[in-house]
Design a binder for this molecule. Structure first.
Ligand SMILES: NC(=O)c1ccc[n+]([C@@H]2O[C@H](COP(=O)([O-])OP(=O)(O)OC[C@H]3O[C@@H](n4cnc5c(N)ncnc54)[C@H](OP(=O)(O)O)[C@@H]3O)[C@@H](O)[C@H]2O)c1
Length: 246
């Protein structure tokens, strides 16, 4: 398969690039950091003797997105699978009313991803085949007093993916939403106790298996499905008083 990985320079995306290369797929790695992409691509080629390349993109910039799409389809007529692991999480020290934080988080975690997927999914639909796997977060399942700017961007992304899934169903394009809990990556560094976190390689292997499944919304690890069901079940009148817990 020709697989585009957006957010490949770090954390889960980097591990996804390793797993798919190891399994013999062509990977097209993207993120903003061109140097990091160059290192990743040469590492993948040496380790797995695979075909890999890097195409930079900044998902907060519409002209960068347009150039990115053009470059990809110049080199590959068909993209079989796109995996989106791009994301940003403002630190808890950023107040929720910080303008830049709100705009950057929403652009990175929702608007930019939707712009890319709108165009790529349109081409997949024309081709009557394709797989879209997009990482969201359990933080999008319920607004909490901590980091709800991040949670709101993931919530918007979840709704977008739900709609896209319905829209593309009859065109044989699968849309899978992945909701990780805690993963040990640079994004979560210093915010999560390691014993509660899974490794990015574990998540990447699960993502690989999803390319062969018909699942729609997947919690990783699965225990988060139950945790979030319980959290969502708490009535709002009680939930708003629990700021010391959540
Ligand atoms: N780690 C966790 O505990 C956790 C939990 C739940 C959900 N998630 C979600 O899982 C996904 C992957 O997270 P991670 O932990 O692997 O994070 P990470 O290590 O910080 O990686 C984030 C990736 O996104 C890219 N990126 C950020 N801003 C970008 C932009 N404007 N344009 C293009 N690429 C951009 C980064 O590359 P550059 O900086 O080079 O652009 C990097 O490759 C995210 O969507 C995150 O919200 C993570």
């Amino acid at each position: 398969m020709n697989v585009v990985i957006i957010g490949a320079s770090s954390g889960i995306g980097r591990e996804v690039a390793h797993v798919f290369s190891q399994e013999g797929h062509n990977v097209i790695c993207s993120s903003r950091d061109e140097k990091e992409l160059e290192w990743l691509v040469s590492d993948l080629k040496i380790r797995y003797d695979c075909s890999a390349c890097g195409v930079p993109v900044d998902v907060t910039n519409n002209s960068s997105i347009k150039t990115f799409i053009e470059k990809i389809y110049e080199n590959f007529t068909i993209i079989d699978c796109v995996i989106v692991t791009t994301g940003t999480m403002p630190g808890n020290e950023m107040p929720y009313y910080d303008e830049h934080g709100l705009i950057n988080t929403t652009m990175t975690n929702y608007v930019g991803i939707a712009l890319i997927l709108n165009e790529m999914s349109r081409r997949m639909a024309n081709n009557n085949s394709g797989i879209i796997i997009c990482l969201s977060s359990v933080a999008g399942d319920r607004g909490r007093q901590s980091n709800f700017i991040y949670g709101a961007s993931k919530s918007a992304l979840n709704t977008y993916l739900q709609g896209l899934r319905m829209k593309l169903y009859k065109h044989n394009v699968r849309v899978i939403t992945v909701l990780p809990g805690y993963v040990d990556t640079p994004m979560s560094y210093g915010t999560v106790k390691q014993r509660y976190a899974v490794s990015p390689r574990y998540v990447a292997r699960k993502i690989y298996k999803l390319t062969k499944s018909n699942r729609n919304i997947v919690y990783i690890p699965p225990i988060w499905w139950l945790i979030m069901r319980i959290i969502r079940f708490i009535p709002e009148a009680i939930f708003k008083r629990l700021s010391s817990v959540f």
